[in-house]
Design a protein around this ligand. Structure first.
Ligand SMILES: Nc1nc2c(ncn2[C@@H]2O[C@H](COP(=O)(O)OP(=O)(O)OP(=O)(O)O)[C@@H](O)[C@H]2O)c(=O)[nH]1
Ligand SMILES: [Mg+2]
Length: 466
């Protein structure tokens, strides 16, 4: 019976893909980048589709109106074995008093949305149609692991060796390195001592993460999820001299085999679950965080995205490869949390974002996919308004909805990243730390979540499918 149901489901799936009734969106973003907030906002906005006057709130989602959208909502899950995205919990957090941000994510979850509209294409004009949208959420810490998919243990070790040199100034690795030097690669495994070194290595990874560095590998070491304490996490990079040929039960061989088990059983499974079949990608980058972290962090995030995006399949999407070898045909690079700067700084933020990802974009475009850049706020915490200064000049400022809180100007964003710009930003941007205390704006349950530029994002992702 199960087999029969599975066949029916697979056939249904194939038909949806062939008829272009299904779109899988991959949100790629580092830890705390704003993925869960964006998914919450997308689900919430879609749930208002079909209501009167929504087009006024989404003016640049032109196909919304043209397609005569009549309904949007959460559909039955596609894969019953994957946890459901905690949309209700996220909304409860937004409606608590005072409003709270959704919780950090600690596992994979999925949500399927359904849209009902009238077909706009000339052959089928007027026909009632449905489009399903699948979105996955996961902890940002695990994303970087995708860079391990094509790396051998030796290559992984060499990456970490390079990373040590790059970040030594901000996160000192000396304690795990000196403890690791006492390991004998040709000797037998002393599980107790190895666990101590692995724990020191994990401590270093945490220190890197706390400095805002993105290159934290392996990601499950800092956020193990259900793998807490599992032997597959008991390894570390061998940054010392290669020991040459080793017995299969030697420490080096065991470290290598655990790394390979991690790559195959943990990382590849994660890739298959969340990324292997995506059609469209949103790459979200918290540019302000990157700038605030200083030069090392900024460069690290820069390099990281470049390496990361090499793991996806880009190109023109045809019905053939949609069915058998899906390719990503549109990518949006979005600078998240842009309600933390005034509107007149958005252009600078956009230029900064472009300069950050220019090399990665080159690769994506060369493979035939389209790219777009965007500044975005998934869940707004501020309103931007203009005030008159004593000098008579006008200035844009940010205003929260906390009673008694004065409007403030957090500072300017550089449009190119030079050392001087970055130093200036670190010194003078948001000196009072207002931004770290922001809370989501209050809104009425019958209204969509306040956001910024979500309509542009929806038009780019869905416009040609409606
Ligand atoms: N001002 C503002 N802050 C935001 C916005 N989106 C997210 N944030 C802030 O960024 C934090 C992280 O957002 P999440 O959506 O949880 O980030 P994530 O990428 O899901 O993080 P992980 O689950 O840890 O990987 C939130 O708790 C907020 O403080 C936004 O649109 N505006
Ligand atoms: Mg999250």
């Amino acid at each position: 019976m199960d087999l029969f149901k599975n066949i029916i489901r697979a056939a249904e799936r194939g038909r949806n893909l062939l008829l272009d009734r299904e779109i899988r969106i991959g949100i790629t973003g580092l830890s705390r980048g704003g993925k869960t907030a964006l998914i919450t906002s997308l689900v919430n906005t879609v749930s208002h589709f079909g209501e009167a006057n929504l087009n006024v709130l989404l003016p640049r989602f032109q196909t919304y109106e043209e397609s005569d959208m009549s309904y949007g909502g959460i559909a039955q899950p596609r894969d019953l074995s994957v946890a459901a995205f905690p949309y209700r919990q996220a909304m409860d957090a937004l409606f608590s008093d005072p409003p709270k941000w959704p919780e950090p994510t600690d596992g994979v979850s999925e949500i399927r949305l359904e849209l009902r509209y009238r077909d706009n294409r000339w052959l089928r004009r007027g026909e009632q149609r449905r489009l399903f949208i699948d979105i996955w959420d996961y902890p940002g810490e695990w994303l970087l692991d995708l860079t391990l998919l094509n790396l051998s243990y030796e290559e992984f070790s060499s990456r970490i060796r390079d990373q040590i040199v790059k970040v030594r100034e901000v996160a000192c690795p000396d304690d795990w390195i000196s403890a690791g030097e006492k390991l004998d690669p040709k000797g037998a495994v002393d599980d107790g001592y190895l666990a101590r070194v692995v724990s020191l290595y994990t401590g270093w990874l945490r220190a890197c993460k706390n400095c805002g560095l993105a290159f934290v590998l392996p990601g499950r070491f800092v956020l193990p999820g259900h793998l807490e304490g599992a032997p597959v996490l008991q390894f570390l990079p061998w940054i010392w001299e290669h020991p040459g040929t080793c017995e299969s039960d030697s420490l080096y061989a065991v470290l290598e085999s655990r790394y390979e088990a991690y790559r195959e059983q943990v990382v590849r499974k994660f890739y298959r679950e969340c990324f292997s079949k995506i059609d469209r990608q949103i790459v979200i980058i918290d540019c302000i965080q990157a700038l605030k972290g200083g030069r090392e962090t900024f460069m690290d995030i820069n390099d990281t995205f470049q390496i990361l995006l090499q793991n996806f399949n880009y190109g023109n999407s045809t019905w053939w490869n949609r069915l058998f070898s899906p390719k990503i045909d549109r990518v949006v690079f979005a600078a998240s949390k842009c309600d933390r700067i005034t509107y007149d700084e958005h252009q600078h933020m956009l230029s900064l974002l472009k300069s950050m990802v220019s090399q990665a974009v080159g690769v994506v475009r060369a493979e035939g996919a389209h790219c777009e850049y965007l500044v975005l706020s998934a869940i707004r915490a501020t309103d931007c308004m203009t005030v008159k200064l004593k000098s008579g000049e006008e200035q844009q400022v940010l205003k929260t909805d906390n009673p008694g809180e004065a409007p403030f100007f957090p500072g300017s964003v550089p449009d190119v990243w030079t050392r001087e710009n970055m130093d200036f930003f670190q010194k003078y941007f948001d000196p009072a730390g207002m931004l770290s205390r922001l809370r989501p704006l209050r809104f009425k349950p019958d209204q969509p979540v306040p956001q910024l530029n979500l309509d542009v994002l929806l038009e780019y992702l869905l416009g040609d499918k409606l």
